[in-house]
Design a protein around this ligand. Sequence first.
Ligand code: NDP
Length: 302
Amino acid sequence: MATGRAFSLNTGAVIPALGLGTWQSGPNEVYEAVLVALKAGYRHIDTAYAYGNEAEVGNAIKDSGIAREDIFLTTKLWGTYHTDPEANLDISLKKLGLTYVDLYLVHWPLPLNPKGNHEIFPTLPDGTRDRLKDWDFVKTWDLVQKLPATGKTRAVGVSNFSTVNLEKLLTAPTTKIVPAVNQVELHPYLPQQKLLDYAKEKGIHITAYSPLGSTNAPLQQEPAVQEIAKRLNRSPAQVLISWAISRGTSVIPKSVTAARIISNFDDFILDETDIEAINAISKTTSKRLINPKWGVVVFHDD
Ligand code: NDP
């Protein structure tokens, strides 16, 4: 069953509530996944330069026959390009074979050293991440906020920003544009209520990533999710997706399995009691599942 829910961004654009995630979707499987999704009714696709699959995502969009303006496409600025976001966006557009994206996100608040030909994870001899020392995300944003004027992206936003980092960004004298979106890890083990409240107050839309608990979708095994799914004759994944949308976030479950891609596209209204039952999961199990070894504390909301 298709879903029509959508959210308005502070740019006036509309983001479909349910999109297809593509992290860890290999180049040989993502083409088919995006085609299946678009055929099933998805109109929101999430990719990133760092996922290494933009060419295949772009080919699938082209081959779907769906008009470009009917698809909401997000890609992301990688850390080694923080000093030159437009160069990274140009590379992404070339790989995608498109003239614009709908949303361009600063993937992580951490600038990485571009030396070494922009390898994705530049590393120092002692094994820690090679961070760019004389740069910060406020300077990055000063460049990123100029990108909508180039026509190469319709909106700009951030990802993996805590409330502390957002506050630093919004109060910086150079910041003229409020991020349209903050895409963050958000699921019943990490409901991020404080961040949701803060973002709402500032007019920043939140997109929930890893909604099923990331690799192998472990949240499906939670008894409360299973009980609701059984009673409502839905899958646990459908319940988790609807919970996210019910909280006002867009959500981007990833799958490369055709049957799952199709069945995940099934947003429905959960009643308050069931939303509360899922909210209660974090009282017993509270954890972050995506923990990159950045060597810095980038999260302050726990
Ligand atoms: P998800 O929570 O979306 O879970 C993906 C896993 O769930 C895969 O193993 C997938 O398997 C499985 N799965 C999907 N649907 C079902 C189903 N119906 N039944 C059973 N298993 C299912 O994890 P992600 O971490 O991928 O997050 C989603 C997206 O969010 C990413 O793909 C990416 O686009 C974005 N993201 C952004 C980040 C950022 O830093 N901004 C970080 C992490 C994610 P299979 O594919 O084999 O079907």
